[in-house]
Design a protein around this ligand. Sequence first.
Ligand code: ATP
Ligand code: MG
Length: 346
Amino acid sequence: MHSIAVAGHLCLDIAPLSAERARIDPGSLFEVGPLSITLGGSVANTGGTLADLGAHVVPYATVGDDELGELLLSKLASEGFAPPHLSVSPSLATSYSLVIEHSGSDRTFWHHTGANAGFDGSAVTPDAHDLLHVGYPPLLPGLLDNSGQPLHDLFARARSAGVTTSVDLAVVDRNSAVGALDWDSILTSIFLHTDIATPSFDDLTSAFGIDEAYSPELADRFADRLLEEGVAIVAISAGQHGLRLRTASTERLLAGGGILAPLAESWADRSLTASPLPVEHPVTTTGTGDASTAGLLFGLSQGATPEQAIALAIACSAAVMSGARATRDTVLQLDSTVTAIFSPNV
Ligand SMILES: Nc1ncnc2c1ncn2[C@@H]1O[C@H](COP(=O)(O)OP(=O)(O)OP(=O)(O)O)[C@@H](O)[C@H]1O
Ligand SMILES: [Mg+2]
């Protein structure tokens, strides 16, 4: 089985349950439910779905030298991951989000970046893996110095070892310190060594500073740009509009490391769009993009066709949207056409 390294953003999501009536009100006491503590961030989400699908997943991230860091480690161990490589920051605290539910409105997140700011990729040993996925560079300032040099260097190291590289973005908050960086140069530098990119449409409009609503034409212009800058496989997710897949030439795919080279003929010069599966009772859209990335990467690592891999990506998103984990059984119930991906003869 291939070994997949999932590196980057990792935190704990901490949410008091049944707290709809609670609010900030000095001097008051509100009775709330038990505390829910779950893993969050792209390492936990994309990595977790990959593990749920049956992949061998090795997490890499930076945590603090504190109780939350120990809790995070024990949670990773119980969720199907291979032993993680967690660097411990001597000065930064473990990253967490306080998730506050208000009745009748969207959830509020209080997020502490903490030790994620200390992740610079230097502790990742890509040659121990077949695929290296990095999630959420906009939330990992340690990867962004000098126009993204640390991430560029990490991917350059991976590619020179024949390891396939993959990146998912996050929305760039233009009002933050990271939002003031030169994202055109950062992305150009990163994409030079990126084999697979799975941003959302919103990630790209925010990074490129484009204030336009979704259109298939703009999604294609983004895909053209990423392919021109060196990416071999571009999958742009766009919420209700589904997933757009575009791929580069056979020659480029042949240079895409151990995962892509054997698929070069069947994946070259493809252009496909997949619509979302209907979800009867949607619970959340958070993490649907991470699940989509996991489905695509799992399909690629199993040697699936582009049609099969994007069908799996869509099914993983639908599973998460319905509040379920995207396990093999769940995705097969949602779309039986992806069965072949799980058989050894794909
Ligand atoms: N409102 C929606 N209606 C139908 N399908 C949706 C909706 N939102 C998300 N999806 C499904 O999830 C996939 C990923 O969604 P989206 O592009 O919003 O990801 P994202 O913004 O990267 O999410 P996250 O970063 O929270 O993981 C879509 O391709 C689609 O299949
Ligand atoms: Mg996303």
